[in-house]
Design a protein around this ligand. Sequence first.
Ligand code: HEM
Length: 514
Amino acid sequence: VMPALIAASALAPTLQAAQAQSAAPQFTRDNGAPIGENRNSKTTGDMGPVLLEDSHLIEKLARFDRERVPERVVHARGTGAQGMFTATADISEFTRASLFVPGKQTPVFVRFSTVIHPSGSPEGMRDPHGFATKFYTDEGNWDLVGNNLPIFFIRDAIQFPDMIHSLKPSPVTNRQDPNRFFDFFSATPEATNMLAHVYSNLGTPASYRTMDGNGVHAFRLVNKDGEIIFAKFRWISRQGVKNLNGAQAATAPFNYLTDDLYSEIGKGNFPKWDLMIQTMKASEFARLNYNPFDDTKEWLDVPFRKIGEMVLNKVPDNFFEWTEQSAFAPSNMVPGIEASPDRMLQGRLFSYADTQRYRIGANAQSLPVNRPRVAVVNNNQDGQLNAGGRTADVNYFPARTAEKATAQAYRQSSYEVAGMVDAKPISKTNNFEQAGIFYRSLSAADKADLIKNLAGDLGVVTSQRTKTIMLSYFSQADRDFGTRLAKAVNVPMAEVDRAVAEYKAANPEQMAAR
Ligand code: HEM
């Protein structure tokens, strides 16, 4: 301790002397050394070359060269805010998760985003919109990484890279192309429900404050007696759900979503959401005409109950350190909240932490935005940019000399499974029913906007076959939906009906399930 103290106090007078000359803080290099020149490189005379020994110049350029980390492979364009979650209901009969004690407050960080477009894209582009919440609970971080839409395009993680490739710009032209993604979706009938949602005005929210959020998947909740129930989570906006139509979104200012969030929070108009939960026991699954772990479906007939409230009351002081370096992962769960067999969720449990070890590094979890607000006690160590401050000699387990406890109370649930190991589609696919229910729930104006938005992209598709198959899906969801869309993109209904008949002949099980 002593030598460091002496060195610091010896340096102090020099800095103080420099600062005394002006009120502004003294400019330094990254090593803390004060510098005297920051506008002219060191050269050999008036006409001579720049010197390699100008370490300040080299450092400045080298740091600049490294300012970018890879952007998120999806959800690159986003914005974040800090806030507080307050539990309002006792749900200990369902989960032992420690945050759900009425009145208990848990700090949160939320990041909103679009999905497909890059970090510098206009915010008015149609997309599902991310709604990711990190709860810094007193039993570790719980990340609820959801979207504004209640369902998803596909139901198995093995299809995610293909789907995203089809939606991202073409590797040849570098442009997003409806020919490519409708080619994919024409072989993916389970996407019909999500496509109906994303092409409605829900795909272009009026602001992040006026979006609901959905955990989408079912999660396994476990109470203190080890009893299991399945649950879905939803944020309901207290600001109400408000969207733009296609024309309004196309002319929306470049940063309108970020600007709105920052300016409203800045004015003290803090946005609020209610956290809602739906629960289902495994014994209830048999009555459903869909698979409860299929993320292309909502649990439409299961009531919601309110379990908490969230307010966002501060924007981060530094965009990169908080919003860009935030690492949300569905695998960040806490005792009492576990994974369900949802095949998408199971893939996400791997993918997020994996991409973050690549995007930010092995120690991403120890950055201020990601760090749990409780002590981390384990033997994970080292790696790039480690500032963990380990001082203990025992970095192995078990260790008689320095025990670390693994309490029985925190064991994950145990349950029986049965079945053949195989790679097969799920049962009860029921691909179209909920898309029809959604269509019929829309107002006349919202239906018209959906047809217009969807016809805009589907009309670009040059393959008549792709167009007709897509129409056959929307028409199986709802005849009126299909008919109006077919008219808007100039395909005769007789052709659509032929494609419907082909689909039914090829998918007898799907028809039987309905
Ligand atoms: C971000 C993968 C499905 C919501 C990401 C990222 C990856 C990813 C790699 C970037 C993470 C990062 O760089 O930090 C996947 C895979 C999926 C999937 C493999 C399917 C198996 C979903 C679903 C939802 C969703 C179903 C909604 C329920 C989000 C959100 C973000 C995100 C909100 C942005 C988080 C943030 O703001 O940092 N996803 N995703 N994803 N994903 Fe997914």
